[in-house]
Design a protein around this ligand. Structure first.
Ligand SMILES: [Zn+2]
Ligand SMILES: [Zn+2]
Ligand SMILES: [Zn+2]
Length: 285
């Protein structure tokens, strides 16, 4: 399983284009791994997590396109993760040529956002919503927390995240063959019952990607996590057998308000036994 980070920044990216705070100024000066687009990630060049607003820039930055993407798992509908315009620009009848048919797994709030954001072209899009078996360029399938999905060689468990007022935000457990990944951006502390419940479904993770929005400033905020919170979640996962000493841990979704340049944040994390992801980082397990 190959995981590629396409964006590792919080809402607005890092540096935020409107901001001249100390951290944004430092990131602009440092460049390289300190330049973070808004969050998304790709697995084996065919499964995308979050159809976000920075994907166009990520494709140009890293020199690839999205035509081979077959599936998209949408964590939630916040604007830094969901750009509704992707529905129109992927639709063969409107824009995309020589692209694979695509299935976009999204909750009902996200579906409404996609509808609202594509009003002008909605009738012209080659689209199917919750119609299994229909041969459309773009298939939207609505999902909810605690659902098991299977598609291609993948198995997915949708896990409810704790993300303030967001409606039905989700983390994803993703398995392909004997390799598995937990993608957990945009969450604060998980309720006690969550990890034991995931364990009951029979999961164990080779890679954990966790929300690191708040850096080393605080364990949790109402919507996000920082280092101490991430390590607490890992302990809780280890207690029920979801992770072990071989599990790779990476922080993502870094906010400019709580983090500085990559090299500093990464050194702090490495001292605690894990690392901070950067845009373009590829991990193979
Ligand atoms: Zn976010
Ligand atoms: Zn800033
Ligand atoms: Zn969010």
């Amino acid at each position: 399983m190959k995981l590629r980070f396409l964006g590792t920044g919080a809402s607005g990216g890092f540096p935020n284009p409107h901001c001249r705070c100390e951290n944004c100024v430092a990131a602009r000066e440092a460049g390289g791994k300190s330049i973070r687009m808004m969050c998304s990630a790709m697995i084996d060049d065919e499964l995308l997590i979050d159809f976000g607003p920075d994907l166009n820039g990520a494709c140009i930055r890293f020199g690839f396109d999205l035509a081979d993407i077959r599936w998209v798992l949408q964590t939630h509908d916040h604007g830094d993760h969901l750009l509704p315009l992707h529905a129109t620009i992927r639709a063969a009848s409107w824009a995309a040529q020589n692209a694979q048919p695509l299935t976009w797994y999204v909750n009902e709030v996200g579906l409404q956002a996609i509808r609202d954001g594509n009003r002008k072209s909605w009738e012209k899009i080659d689209l199917a919503i919750d119609e299994p078996g229909k041969d459309a360029a773009l298939n939207i399938v609505t999902i909810a927390p605690w659902q098991q999905l299977t598609f291609g060689e993948y198995e997915v468990l949708t896990i409810p995240s704790n993300h303030g007022s967001a409606k039905h935000p989700m983390l994803f457990a993703i398995r392909k063959g004997d390799r598995s990944l937990l993608y957990a951006s945009d969450t604060s502390e998980l309720p006690d019952e969550v990890w034991p419940c995931v364990a009951e479904y029979g999961w164990r993770f080779d890679i954990v990607v966790f929300d690191h929005n708040d850096g080393f400033q605080r364990a949790y905020s109402p919507t996000h996590s920082g280092s101490a919170g991430v390590l607490q979640e890992m302990e809780r996962m280890q207690a029920v057998g979801l992770v072990d000493e071989n599990t790779l841990l990476y922080g993502t979704h870094l906010g400019h308000h709580s983090n500085t340049i990559h090299e500093v944040e990464s050194a702090r994390a490495q001292a605690l036994g894990y690392d901070i992801a950067w845009d373009g980082l590829t991990i193979e397990v």
